[in-house]
Design a protein around this ligand. Structure first.
Ligand SMILES: Nc1nc2c(ncn2[C@@H]2O[C@H](COP(=O)(O)OP(=O)(O)OP(=O)(O)O)[C@@H](O)[C@H]2O)c(=O)[nH]1
Ligand SMILES: [Mg+2]
Length: 313
């Protein structure tokens, strides 16, 4: 089943960002370098698209370096888009951001016209960590869980430079099913909103096809590309002693192991999508959604017609 997560505090965040954006000079959109396409929020794009935007591919230390380069090329080839890859907790690499903001909004700076930067992105992507590294202080609470920041917070980087940290925001309907799974695998979705076994099977399916060597090395397997996803999950459980007795395998435990080892890059540096793959998933998702809407319109249209003929009689 498709994964969706849009709890009440996100609706408030959506309203807060829509209100705040009027007074913002530069938007920093934090993406997850392991899933740049899936972690790009279409709702945020709609609300902030008219402002100069810097895209950050964060957690680059966990992502596949070759693919990070592909994504950077992809974004930097788009007119008016500037993208950099980072590890948010690394204070040195975050020092590049303030000059990049000034380059995007050259008219801002000085007490009369302070630079106002909004930091936004999906939950758990590293927004607060980035702010703490930029300011060299622990202003913002961080944590390895989706939904740590609950309210917008203003932080002063310099007398003429403000940063706004915002709570992680998703969008009401994730139409690319694969994006829901990738977001869940990365830790951007609340734990109760997805089934670990389902997410682990989707993750294994991709890893079998694109990172077979890493899976085989970590879980001491051979020929994973030819195995079924369920067989790989069972093998992980067996190899790690996740058993329920009478030889049955604890698939829930095995799924948690796969997800945790992906999140921590214990499996290796992995990126779950390329720009080309994501473009295909998006096109297919949009097509399915258009069909869904057309069916719904036909149903309600028929309903209306039926009502109409009933009232004509
Ligand atoms: N390895 C690695 N971990 C990171 C990086 N950036 C953030 N993290 C970790 O990711 C987790 C989430 O970081 P936060 O800064 O709380 O994320 P957030 O985007 O503010 O999350 P919400 O407030 O819940 O939306 C924390 O455990 C961070 O330590 C990074 O570049 N690399
Ligand atoms: Mg936060």
């Amino acid at each position: 089943m498709a994964i969706q997560w849009f709890p009440g505090h996100m609706n408030l965040t959506r309203k807060a960002i829509a209100e705040r954006i009027k007074d913002i000079d530069v938007v920093i959109e934090v993406l997850d370098a392991r899933l740049p396409g899936s972690s790009a929020n279409p709702l945020l794009a709609e609300m902030t698209g008219h402002k100069p935007t810097l895209k950050i591919l964060n957690k680059q230390d966990l992502a596949d370096p070759d693919r990070t380069l592909q994504w950077l090329d992809h974004y930097n080839a788009q007119p008016g888009v500037r993208a950099v890859a980072l590890k948010a907790s690394d204070a040195i690499s975050t020092q590049r951001l303030a000059p990049a903001c000034h380059a995007l909004a050259p008219g801002r700076g000085g007490m009369a016209k302070p630079m106002r930067v909004l930091i936004c992105g999906v939950p758990n992507v590293g927004k607060s960590t980035l702010i703490n590294a930029l300011t060299n202080k622990r202003h913002a609470k961080t944590g390895d869980e989706a939904g740590i920041t609950k309210l917008e917070q203003r932080i002063t980087l310099a007398d003429d430079f403000y940063l706004y940290d915002t709570p992680g925001l998703l969008w009401p309907r994730i139409i690319v099913a694969k994006s829901g799974y990738n977001l869940a695998a990365s830790g951007a979705i609340g734990r109760n909103a997805y089934d670990e076994e389902e997410v682990a099977l989707e993750l294994l399916d991709y890893l079998r096809q694109h990172y077979a060597g890493l899976l085989e090395a970590r879980f001491k397997l051979a020929g994973v590309a030819q195995m079924k996803d369920e067989e790989v999950l069972e093998s992980v459980g067996r190899q790690r002693g996740a058993l329920l007795g009478k030889g049955r395998i604890n698939l829930q435990k095995a799924a948690e192991i796969v997800i945790q080892e992906f999140r921590g890059a214990i499996l290796g540096r992995i990126t779950l999508e390329t720009p080309q793959e994501f473009a295909q998933w998006l096109a297919a998702g949009q097509q399915l959604d258009a069909q869904r809407l057309a069916k719904k319109a036909a149903r309600t249209g028929k309903g209306k017609q039926a009502d109409q003929s009933a009232s004509d009689e």
